[in-house]
Design a protein around this ligand. Structure first.
Ligand SMILES: *[C@@H]1O[C@H](CO)[C@@H](O)[C@H](O)[C@H]1NC(C)=O
Ligand SMILES: *[C@@H]1O[C@H](CO)[C@@H](O)[C@H](O)[C@H]1NC(C)=O
Ligand SMILES: *[C@@H]1O[C@H](CO)[C@@H](O)[C@H](O)[C@H]1NC(C)=O
Ligand SMILES: *[C@@H]1O[C@H](CO)[C@@H](O)[C@H](O)[C@H]1NC(C)=O
Ligand SMILES: *[C@@H]1O[C@H](CO)[C@@H](O)[C@H](O)[C@H]1NC(C)=O
Ligand SMILES: *[C@@H]1O[C@H](CO)[C@@H](O)[C@H](O)[C@H]1NC(C)=O
Length: 484
């Protein structure tokens, strides 16, 4: 009963509008005035050799700051917390007054030998605290929006996890030069994230030579490979392993525009949420490769959305967020195995609380899942596939994972994109198992693994925490999950 009332209050506070999450943002920002309606030019010229000169990045002394960033305890935190957690700001540009906010969780056991993993959520413009508090972090928030419970399948069990709110303007990350927000785009996001990492490693020097991985989901299908590329390039240019990057893992990731759009429409049809006629008309009227919109295409896309109806497109089989009255049931799903469909309001409620912000060492902020101040996205790579090829050529481990019930950035889009790479197959399509059940399917290509998580939506660890941790553990170990 208490939970029911609390949820009702949360919903009353935030209204029932469909809050922006991740991939949703993509379409909004791309449709906004300052974005072009057709393809943006691909500003990432990927070359095998680092030709241009290295320009040194800003590095500030960080002595003693780590201790100040240590969190004593978070409001609502349960008993039995056996790990160190830190939050704080790292200045990436002192002249502009631009600083990025991070949350760092050390592994409770053997943290000094476990790898360091950076996690990024997408958008563009959405907060990685989504991942930290609703997906794979050490805590999840109860449906009351005030208390936390331990996530038994936290990725920090097997790695030291660093969550970064990126770029400036997202979450607690900010710039004192607010015109910086109008310069947001793929390029500046990667640049600032790189400067963040170099300085963060000065603050936590024990991690400087540690094996390093980047993981993320959704529009982080851009952020993660672009940052990995930036790191490799700077390692080459300086002849130094400044950051010891070993690989990347991207989930339900936007990596290639044309195949993304085609894969989405095909998923809608093959999962019986749109009609044959609408699917055929989309293929007829939408010039998918050019990416340009036409009135006929807009019309038929609208029709598709109305055919889909009011479902959660990030998990087509999940309940939607309703008030208890609308829901007509006495139980509110809130445990780790039945992910609360109102999680967005719960997360916002928790992180917008002033005592929580104080405990997080964050400056007072109207915290939101996705940025309100970033209103345009200035450059966006049309395809990330050339960068993926570069990463493969440079020996990086690359895992592309996908929750198979997400209709927003679906598995079909990932498959079409990977097929476009034309990589030789090393391990043919097969199921992978956890606890005698099929956890998903995988296909290993030369240099890249495609792996699905059965029964997971867009935010994979939210819906399938145990499978997600098994997948992540295999990724770090560089082994395929078991075939039986
Ligand atoms: C931004 O401005 C505030 C107020 O002057 C200052 O305290 C803060 O240090 C500045 N941030 C950065 C990153 O320089
Ligand atoms: C920590 O590492 C040591 C040495 O490798 C190992 O013996 C021990 O089992 C590890 N502890 C845990 C909890 O993983
Ligand atoms: C890196 O090594 C190359 C070849 O040995 C050399 O030409 C270049 O100056 C070095 N760069 C730096 C930044 O030390
Ligand atoms: C699409 O076009 C048809 C025929 O012109 C029209 O009846 C319908 O209202 C349009 N639908 C939308 C969603 O604009
Ligand atoms: C719940 O649904 C049942 C069956 O449709 C209906 O009879 C009942 O009145 C509903 N209860 C509420 C509180 O809406
Ligand atoms: C956060 O809380 C402040 C007041 O405490 C409120 O003005 C603001 O609208 C809230 N922000 C969001 C995103 O709900």
């Amino acid at each position: 009963m208490i939970k029911l009332i609390a949820t009702l209050c949360l919903l009353a506070l935030f209204g029932l509008s469909n809050a922006d999450i991740q991939a949703n943002r993509l379409f909004k920002l791309l449709k906004s005035k300052s974005s072009t309606s057709s393809h943006d030019s691909n500003l990432w010229t990927v070359s095998e050799e680092a030709t241009n000169e290295y320009s040194p990045v800003y590095i500030a002394p960080q002595d003693g700051l780590a201790e100040l960033d240590k969190i004593s305890s978070l409001p609502g935190q349960p008993e039995g917390v056996d790990f160190n957690q830190y939050t704080g700001y790292v200045t990436v540009n002192p002249n502009a007054g631009r600083a990025l906010f991070y949350y760092f969780v050390e592994s409770p056991t053997n943290s000094s030998t476990k790898p360091l993993v950076l996690w990024l959520n997408g958008g563009p413009g959405c907060s990685s605290m989504i991942g930290a508090m609703s997906e794979l972090g050490p805590f999840r928030i109860n449906s009351d929006g005030k208390t936390l419970f331990i996530n038994d399948y936290a990725w920090s069990k097997v790695a030291n996890m660093l969550f970064l709110e990126s770029p400036a303007g997202v979450g607690f990350s900010y710039s004192n030069t607010t015109s910086d927000y109008d310069k947001s785009g793929d390029k500046n996001t990667a640049k600032d994230a790189y400067i963040f990492l170099v300085n963060w490693l000065e603050r936590f020097p024990q991690y400087k030579t540690r094996d390093f991985y980047i993981a993320g989901e959704s529009y982080a299908g851009h952020y993660v490979p672009q940052l990995a590329y930036t790191i490799l390039l700077n390692n080459k240019k300086t002849n130094q392993t400044i950051i010891n990057i070993k690989g990347i893992a991207i989930g339900n990731a936007v990596i290639d525009h044309d195949t993304f759009v085609k894969g989405k429409f095909d998923y809608w049809w093959s999962h019986a949420i749109i009609s044959d006629a609408t699917h055929a008309a989309i293929h007829k009227y939408c010039d998918i490769p050019s990416g340009s919109s036409s009135p006929m295409c807009d019309n038929i896309t609208e029709k598709a959305w109305s055919e889909i109806g009011d479902i959660d497109v990030y998990n087509i089989y999940a309940p939607i967020c309703l008030t208890p009255r609308e829901r007509n049931t006495s139980t509110i799903p809130g445990s780790i195995n039945s992910f609360d469909p109102c999680w967005q309001y719960i997360l916002e409620f928790y992180l917008n609380d002033s005592t929580v912000q104080k405990a997080l060492h964050a400056k007072p902020t109207s915290w939101d899942l996705c940025s309100d101040v970033i209103t345009s996205w200035n450059d966006r790579a049309v395809t990330i596939l050339p960068i993926i090829k570069y990463l493969i050529a440079n020996g990086q481990r690359i895992w592309v994972f996908s929750g198979d019930i997400d209709a927003q950035v679906p598995i079909t889009s990932s498959r079409y994109a990977i097929n476009a790479l034309n990589l030789p197959i090393e391990t043919a399509w097969r199921p992978w198992y956890l606890n005698k059940e099929v956890g998903g399917y995988l296909e290993a290509y030369k240099g890249l693994l495609l792996i699905t998580v059965r029964g997971a939506g867009h935010t994979v660890p939210s819906y399938q925490p145990q499978r997600a941790l098994a997948l992540f553990t295999s990724f770090l170990g560089g082994t395929l999950p078991p075939s039986s």
